[in-house]
Ligand binder design. Structure first.
Ligand code: PLP
Length: 344
């Protein structure tokens, strides 16, 4: 017999890094503007160093690191990596050091996430790379160097996504399902970002386990839909194995949209900037240009196509990332100026 998902989850050690549940907010004004009943799952409000999705993922990785006797957490990402910020914070919280290997990209301004890793005393190393995802090789070499110096590094991959850390989003999905039930809501769709796909796959697993069968819609922030689909298959199978579920069971309706990425990862598209301003103006909620702004841009585009009606409940997962806003000063300035706003 298959055990309950909660029971299967309880087998995996977890280091608490944030208080949950995060709120599920009813966005009355943004919903009215878009013509739907809109709700926002506030994972931007996880309470570790400015929040986001990573604390939930890192709870499982940090437990592993401690069990392995690690002295330093090592990870990598873009110059404005949210994951670097939160891995550094998690390491500090449990008394470890952090080494972060960051790409020497155009967002290497001493602002936002990059500023925060220095404030928390990370050992920051920059790497020259052409492709955002090439950085892993550099980080693994840094682990070798640290080992040679007598450290015990624990490596956490880009975006913090591993089969184990995806369990953090299974827990988040269960939390969301509980909140929806308590509020008497039956969603017509749940939107999430799709980077590596860890958030998407974990959330999907939980919702399906609790028989919430609406489309789960991923807005890609980087890869094309085929790549994302392949990642989803990998995570789905790995999570299924960890939780003793048949990976061949139905996944229900899923969608991955890749047309909101723009020219490349981190491109602050017009639609994304519009979405950020719409959310800010209607709700006083901050989104970011790399993840949550892209998700909301996708949701707004679907609203514009008339996909959702006023009587339909749509849920968007806000995965955080807002500190990166400060590294997009130029784009935001230009966008606001174009709208006629006079800036200082
Ligand atoms: C704020 C934010 N949202 C979403 C993601 C993407 O999550 P995933 O890789 O699980 O799809 C990231 C990854 O770095 C992130 O920093």
């Amino acid at each position: 017999m298959t055990s309950s998902i909660e029971h299967a989850l309880s087998r995996y050690p977890r280091e608490t890094l944030t208080r949950t549940p995060t709120p599920l907010d009813h966005l009355v004004h943004a919903g009215a503007r878009l013509g739907m009943d809109l709700h926002l799952k506030r994972d931007d409000l996880t309470d570790l160093a400015l929040g986001g999705d990573k604390p939930r993922k890192l709870e499982y990785e940090v437990a592993q690191a401690k069990a392995a006797g690690a002295t330093v957490l090592v990870t990598c990402g873009s110059a404005q990596s949210n994951h670097a910020r939160l891995t550094t914070a998690a390491a500090r919280r449990v008394g470890l050091r952090a080494t972060v290997v960051l790409s020497r990209d155009e967002r290497r301004t001493f602002q936002g996430n990059l500023l925060t890793v220095y404030v928390m005393g990370a050992d920051v190393r920059f790497a020259e790379i052409d492709d955002h995802w090439e950085i892993e090789g550099h980080a693994l070499r840094v682990c070798d160097e640290l080992r040679a110096e007598g450290e015990t590094p624990y490596y956490i991959p880009v975006s913090g996504s591993t089969p184990l850390s995806c369990l953090g989003y299974v827990r988040a999905g269960l939390e969301l399902a509980e909140q929806l039930k308590a509020a008497g809501l039956r969603p017509a769709a749940v939107y999430t970002p799709f980077g590596t796909g860890g958030i998407f796959a974990g959330t999907l697993t939980a919702l399906r386990d609790l028989a919430i069968d609406c489309p789960v819609i991923g807005i890609s922030v980087n890869g094309d839909a085929a790549q994302c689909q392949a990642n989803l298959d990998t995570w789905w199978n790995a999570i299924s194995e960890l939780l003793d579920r048949d990976s061949a069971r139905t996944r229900g309706a899923t969608e991955i949209h890749d047309q909101f990425v723009g020219r490349a990862y981190g491109d602050a598209t017009e639609a994304c900037l519009d979405a950020i301003l719409l959310m800010g103006e209607t709700e006083g909620v901050l989104l970011d240009p790399v993840y949550s702004g892209k998700v909301f841009a996708g949701l707004c585009a679907h609203a514009g196509e008339g996909r959702w009606g006023a009587d339909q409940t749509v849920v968007m997962l806000h995965s955080g990332g807002t500190p990166a806003l400060f590294a997009y000063e130029r784009e935001l300035r230009a966008h606001l100026t174009k709208r006629g706003v006079v800036l200082p």
